[in-house]
Design a protein around this ligand. Sequence first.
Ligand code: CDP
Length: 216
Amino acid sequence: MGFVIAVDGPAASGKGTIAVKLGALYGYPVLDSGLLYRAVGVKVLERGQDLGDPAAALAAAATLDPAELERPEVRTRRAGEAASRVAVYPAVRDALRDFQLDFAAREPGAVIDGRDIGTVIAPHAPAKLYVTATPETRAQRRWKQLTGQGEAVSFEDILADIRVRDERDSARADSPMTMAADAVLLDTTEMTIDAAFDAARRIVETARSRWETARG
Ligand code: CDP
């Protein structure tokens, strides 16, 4: 495995922005694993199927084409909700695993953001961050992002979405919201994007020195 940087955390914590900036800094490809779940959710909806039907979700996951991750439809509020509904099915998570494992195997390194990257997808990743912030701060960021994309939605509705999503993502025994024991917690509640990236960069640099020393 190359230098994999796992960036996990709850909805709208800023993990995506941090992942993209780390990718640019090191010149590594970046995978937003949430897009996989979003694309599956969107596909189920577009096929007129029920998000409560695990077989429909599995069929959508099994036939997922990476090009589907690029569609603007996967960035909407509706897609985020649909993603968290299909993400609870273990068969869907299994179907999306190989794509993520292949990405994690890229040399000389890769950045992947999600929920279970440091625990399930790349438990041996040399650098792991768990990015979080209060629900109110996360809702504020998500509201700005969605209204910036032209979605008409209230802050209260987004805060309610975030709370439901946190609950759904952490309800299961094998919750994808569990922080890896060796991840470094980064609470960005009081941080600007620049400050959060700076803190993330320092954490990753420390992990990189350790990794290079261990490799000899
Ligand atoms: O940024 P936000 O959390 O809204 O969205 P996302 O990262 O695109 O993830 C959308 C949903 O997909 C999450 O609420 C999770 O239910 C699910 N997800 C997951 O289960 N595992 C991942 N590695 C990534 C996302």
